[in-house]
Write a protein that binds this ligand. Sequence first.
Ligand SMILES: NC(=O)c1ccc[n+]([C@@H]2O[C@H](COP(=O)([O-])OP(=O)(O)OC[C@H]3O[C@@H](n4cnc5c(N)ncnc54)[C@H](OP(=O)(O)O)[C@@H]3O)[C@@H](O)[C@H]2O)c1
Length: 259
Amino acid sequence: MLKRVVVTGASSGIGAATVRRFAELGWQTVAVARREDRLRALAAETGAHAIVCDVTDEGQVAAMAREVADTGGATGLVNNAGGALGTESVEASSNDDWRRMFEVNVIGLRTVTAAMLPVLRDAAHGFSAGETASILNLTSTAGHDAYPGGGGYNAAKFAAHAVTSVLRLELAGEPIRVMELAPGLVHTEEFTLNRLRGDAAGAQKPYENVTPLTADDVARVLVGAFEQPPHVNQDLIVLRPVAQSSVFHTHRGPLEAKA
Ligand SMILES: NC(=O)c1ccc[n+]([C@@H]2O[C@H](COP(=O)([O-])OP(=O)(O)OC[C@H]3O[C@@H](n4cnc5c(N)ncnc54)[C@H](OP(=O)(O)O)[C@@H]3O)[C@@H](O)[C@H]2O)c1
């Protein structure tokens, strides 16, 4: 079976690590994001096919899917592009931030999925019995547990979780598995910095005195879901650092066995 996967949000963090991990395991990769210089560097390093595309722009997404089809097709899609803006309360937050979070985390995910489904089905028409295409959506534990200040990000990731469940029901009977990976605390370079609008000192705080997940940790588990036997669908994978037992409980300091 063709092993070619499209990863959105591939210019940094979890997306870039995911492209690297897929490439290590022999997959062909298509790296999608807005920042061309970063995509080019990743392509030079991994052999990825780079496509510059804003997932919130329907025309660009349609062109991206055409280019994927014209350059060999795909059997996998990782909807990873996303992020958070702000930590204000529901009362104090701005509708513009909420719209931007919905645009990328929910509507962008839907747009890319709708554009890529015909490409995945084209590949599936050539499958031998038992082979399966794969879609995996990166949500978050913020898509399962609300927290104060979560506001628009909680709402968007809860919605992305719902869309994933709906899609799995709608694709029942087709050889396309639909998976969700919901990480907790992951230390990536840009996620919290963007959320806090460039406050570098504030962006370090969530990661102080704790061993968070790395982008590589998430990528290993994510790619592992694609590498499962084709009849296995990991509907929902929740992944947290050991020190984080819930969205409200992060142990700071060394982990020690009780006496
Ligand atoms: N870090 C965490 O703690 C954490 C935890 C749980 C879930 N997540 C989720 O995991 C995913 C990746 O997070 P990360 O930590 O790796 O964040 P990140 O480093 O900020 O990466 C986000 C990626 O999305 C891309 N992107 C953003 N808007 C886009 C758009 N409109 N069109 C195309 N690409 C776009 C960015 O690239 P460009 O700017 O170049 O377009 C970037 O490559 C996100 O969905 C995030 O919500 C993160």
